[in-house]
Design a protein around this ligand. Structure first.
Ligand code: VGL
Length: 203
Protein backbone atom coordinates (compact mmCIF):
# COMPACT_ATOMS: atom_id res chain seq x y z
CA UNK A 1 0.00 0.00 0.00
CA UNK A 2 1.36 3.36 -1.01
CA UNK A 3 -0.19 6.39 0.63
CA UNK A 4 -0.61 9.98 -0.49
CA UNK A 5 -1.65 13.12 1.39
CA UNK A 6 -3.80 15.71 -0.41
CA UNK A 7 -3.99 19.15 1.25
CA UNK A 8 -6.99 20.99 -0.16
CA UNK A 9 -7.18 24.77 -0.69
CA UNK A 10 -5.60 26.12 2.50
CA UNK A 11 -5.58 29.63 1.03
CA UNK A 12 -6.01 33.11 2.48
CA UNK A 13 -9.48 33.70 1.10
CA UNK A 14 -10.86 30.55 2.76
CA UNK A 15 -9.51 31.52 6.18
CA UNK A 16 -10.42 34.18 8.72
CA UNK A 17 -9.72 37.59 7.18
CA UNK A 18 -10.24 36.34 3.62
CA UNK A 19 -13.12 37.08 1.25
CA UNK A 20 -14.86 33.72 1.80
CA UNK A 21 -13.76 32.93 5.34
CA UNK A 22 -14.40 29.49 6.77
CA UNK A 23 -14.37 29.44 10.56
CA UNK A 24 -11.43 27.37 11.75
CA UNK A 25 -9.45 27.85 8.53
CA UNK A 26 -6.35 29.23 10.23
CA UNK A 27 -6.47 26.42 12.80
CA UNK A 28 -6.62 23.97 9.90
CA UNK A 29 -3.52 25.58 8.37
CA UNK A 30 -1.67 25.19 11.69
CA UNK A 31 -2.92 21.66 12.25
CA UNK A 32 -2.08 20.49 8.73
CA UNK A 33 1.46 21.83 9.12
CA UNK A 34 1.98 20.06 12.45
CA UNK A 35 0.48 16.83 11.08
CA UNK A 36 2.51 16.93 7.87
CA UNK A 37 5.80 17.55 9.66
CA UNK A 38 5.08 14.69 12.07
CA UNK A 39 3.91 12.19 9.43
CA UNK A 40 5.75 13.13 6.22
CA UNK A 41 7.80 9.91 6.23
CA UNK A 42 4.61 7.84 6.08
CA UNK A 43 3.54 9.28 2.73
CA UNK A 44 4.90 8.35 -0.68
CA UNK A 45 3.68 11.69 -1.97
CA UNK A 46 2.28 14.88 -0.46
CA UNK A 47 0.48 17.36 -2.70
CA UNK A 48 -1.62 20.49 -2.29
CA UNK A 49 -4.47 21.86 -4.34
CA UNK A 50 -5.35 25.52 -4.89
CA UNK A 51 -8.44 27.32 -6.12
CA UNK A 52 -7.00 29.48 -8.89
CA UNK A 53 -9.48 31.78 -10.55
CA UNK A 54 -9.02 34.23 -13.40
CA UNK A 55 -12.61 34.48 -14.59
CA UNK A 56 -14.70 31.59 -13.29
CA UNK A 57 -17.99 32.94 -14.68
CA UNK A 58 -21.05 32.50 -12.44
CA UNK A 59 -18.97 30.87 -9.72
CA UNK A 60 -18.27 34.48 -8.69
CA UNK A 61 -21.40 36.48 -7.90
CA UNK A 62 -19.99 39.69 -9.36
CA UNK A 63 -23.38 41.26 -10.03
CA UNK A 64 -25.66 39.83 -7.41
CA UNK A 65 -25.74 38.17 -4.03
CA UNK A 66 -23.85 34.91 -3.72
CA UNK A 67 -25.96 31.96 -2.51
CA UNK A 68 -22.92 30.32 -0.84
CA UNK A 69 -23.84 27.03 -2.50
CA UNK A 70 -23.04 27.52 -6.17
CA UNK A 71 -22.13 31.20 -6.28
CA UNK A 72 -19.58 32.87 -4.06
CA UNK A 73 -17.93 36.18 -3.32
CA UNK A 74 -14.87 36.85 -5.47
CA UNK A 75 -12.13 34.61 -4.06
CA UNK A 76 -8.73 33.15 -4.90
CA UNK A 77 -8.14 35.52 -7.77
CA UNK A 78 -4.83 34.78 -9.44
CA UNK A 79 -2.30 37.48 -8.59
CA UNK A 80 -3.94 38.49 -5.32
CA UNK A 81 -2.93 37.60 -1.78
CA UNK A 82 -6.26 35.80 -1.40
CA UNK A 83 -5.04 33.05 -3.69
CA UNK A 84 -1.82 32.48 -1.69
CA UNK A 85 -1.49 29.68 0.79
CA UNK A 86 -1.85 30.77 4.42
CA UNK A 87 1.52 31.47 6.03
CA UNK A 88 0.76 28.86 8.72
CA UNK A 89 0.89 26.22 5.96
CA UNK A 90 4.59 26.93 5.28
CA UNK A 91 5.93 23.98 7.27
CA UNK A 92 3.65 21.60 5.36
CA UNK A 93 4.61 23.16 2.02
CA UNK A 94 8.23 22.12 2.66
CA UNK A 95 6.99 18.57 2.08
CA UNK A 96 4.61 19.31 -0.80
CA UNK A 97 5.91 17.90 -4.08
CA UNK A 98 3.35 19.48 -6.41
CA UNK A 99 0.51 21.99 -6.36
CA UNK A 100 -2.57 21.22 -8.46
CA UNK A 101 -4.30 24.47 -9.47
CA UNK A 102 -7.90 24.47 -10.67
CA UNK A 103 -10.68 26.73 -11.86
CA UNK A 104 -9.03 29.40 -14.00
CA UNK A 105 -12.15 29.84 -16.14
CA UNK A 106 -14.82 27.78 -14.38
CA UNK A 107 -15.87 26.50 -10.99
CA UNK A 108 -13.63 23.60 -9.98
CA UNK A 109 -14.20 22.07 -6.58
CA UNK A 110 -12.24 18.84 -6.92
CA UNK A 111 -8.47 18.73 -6.83
CA UNK A 112 -8.79 16.09 -9.56
CA UNK A 113 -9.86 18.90 -11.90
CA UNK A 114 -6.54 20.60 -11.28
CA UNK A 115 -3.20 20.23 -12.95
CA UNK A 116 0.45 20.87 -12.30
CA UNK A 117 3.37 21.32 -14.66
CA UNK A 118 6.08 18.68 -14.70
CA UNK A 119 8.97 19.24 -17.14
CA UNK A 120 6.79 21.35 -19.42
CA UNK A 121 3.95 18.83 -19.35
CA UNK A 122 0.52 19.40 -17.73
CA UNK A 123 -0.33 16.58 -15.39
CA UNK A 124 -3.58 15.94 -13.54
CA UNK A 125 -3.80 14.69 -9.97
CA UNK A 126 -5.06 11.21 -10.94
CA UNK A 127 -2.08 10.67 -13.25
CA UNK A 128 0.32 12.03 -10.64
CA UNK A 129 -0.96 9.51 -8.06
CA UNK A 130 -1.07 6.64 -10.57
CA UNK A 131 2.51 7.26 -11.70
CA UNK A 132 3.60 6.89 -8.07
CA UNK A 133 1.61 3.74 -7.41
CA UNK A 134 -0.60 5.42 -4.80
CA UNK A 135 -3.47 3.23 -3.64
CA UNK A 136 -4.65 5.16 -0.56
CA UNK A 137 -5.10 8.88 -0.01
CA UNK A 138 -5.70 10.98 3.08
CA UNK A 139 -7.53 14.23 2.34
CA UNK A 140 -7.59 17.33 4.57
CA UNK A 141 -8.15 21.06 4.20
CA UNK A 142 -10.94 23.48 3.29
CA UNK A 143 -13.86 23.28 2.83
CA UNK A 144 -15.23 19.97 4.11
CA UNK A 145 -18.57 20.54 2.38
CA UNK A 146 -17.17 21.69 -0.98
CA UNK A 147 -13.62 21.11 -2.18
CA UNK A 148 -12.68 18.42 0.36
CA UNK A 149 -15.94 16.64 -0.42
CA UNK A 150 -15.47 16.83 -4.20
CA UNK A 151 -11.82 15.75 -3.98
CA UNK A 152 -12.59 12.77 -1.74
CA UNK A 153 -15.50 11.63 -3.94
CA UNK A 154 -13.29 11.82 -7.03
CA UNK A 155 -10.56 9.89 -5.24
CA UNK A 156 -13.07 7.09 -4.63
CA UNK A 157 -14.11 7.23 -8.30
CA UNK A 158 -10.45 6.77 -9.17
CA UNK A 159 -10.54 3.57 -7.13
CA UNK A 160 -8.41 4.88 -4.28
CA UNK A 161 -8.96 3.97 -0.65
CA UNK A 162 -9.86 7.39 0.70
CA UNK A 163 -9.71 8.83 4.20
CA UNK A 164 -10.82 12.31 5.21
CA UNK A 165 -8.91 13.60 8.23
CA UNK A 166 -11.84 15.44 9.75
CA UNK A 167 -9.91 17.18 12.51
CA UNK A 168 -7.80 18.79 9.81
CA UNK A 169 -10.80 20.13 7.87
CA UNK A 170 -13.18 23.07 8.23
CA UNK A 171 -16.64 23.40 6.67
CA UNK A 172 -18.61 26.41 5.41
CA UNK A 173 -21.90 25.50 7.13
CA UNK A 174 -23.03 22.75 9.55
CA UNK A 175 -25.95 21.53 7.39
CA UNK A 176 -23.94 21.11 4.18
CA UNK A 177 -21.02 19.67 6.13
CA UNK A 178 -23.27 16.98 7.67
CA UNK A 179 -24.70 16.19 4.23
CA UNK A 180 -21.21 16.00 2.75
CA UNK A 181 -20.02 13.62 5.49
CA UNK A 182 -23.01 11.35 4.82
CA UNK A 183 -22.44 11.43 1.08
CA UNK A 184 -18.74 10.68 1.48
CA UNK A 185 -19.37 7.79 3.86
CA UNK A 186 -22.01 6.39 1.48
CA UNK A 187 -19.40 6.49 -1.28
CA UNK A 188 -16.99 4.46 0.87
CA UNK A 189 -14.83 7.28 2.14
CA UNK A 190 -13.52 6.68 5.66
CA UNK A 191 -14.15 9.82 7.69
CA UNK A 192 -11.60 9.70 10.47
CA UNK A 193 -10.52 11.88 13.35
CA UNK A 194 -6.85 12.84 12.97
CA UNK A 195 -5.81 9.36 11.93
CA UNK A 196 -2.07 8.87 11.93
CA UNK A 197 -1.05 7.39 8.58
CA UNK A 198 -1.01 3.64 8.83
CA UNK A 199 -2.75 3.71 12.19
CA UNK A 200 -6.24 2.55 13.01
CA UNK A 201 -9.10 4.51 11.50
CA UNK A 202 -11.87 5.74 13.77
CA UNK A 203 -14.88 6.11 11.49
C1 VGL B 1 -14.43 26.27 -2.12
C2 VGL B 1 -16.37 27.45 -2.16
C3 VGL B 1 -16.04 28.00 -3.36
C4 VGL B 1 -13.54 25.29 -1.40
C5 VGL B 1 -14.08 26.80 -3.33
O1 VGL B 1 -12.30 25.37 -1.56
O2 VGL B 1 -14.09 24.45 -0.68
N1 VGL B 1 -15.58 26.58 -1.56
N2 VGL B 1 -14.89 27.66 -3.95
Amino acid sequence: MSRGLIIVDVQHDFCEGGSLPVTGGIAVAEGVSAYTVAHAQEYATIVATADWHVDPGEHWATDGEPDFVTSWPVHCEVGTEGADFRPELAAALEHVQAVFRKGEHEAAYSGFEGSTEVHGRRLGLADWLRERGITTVDVCGIATDHCVRATALDARREGLETHVLLDLCAGVAPRTTEAALREMRDAGVVVAHDTPAGGPAHP
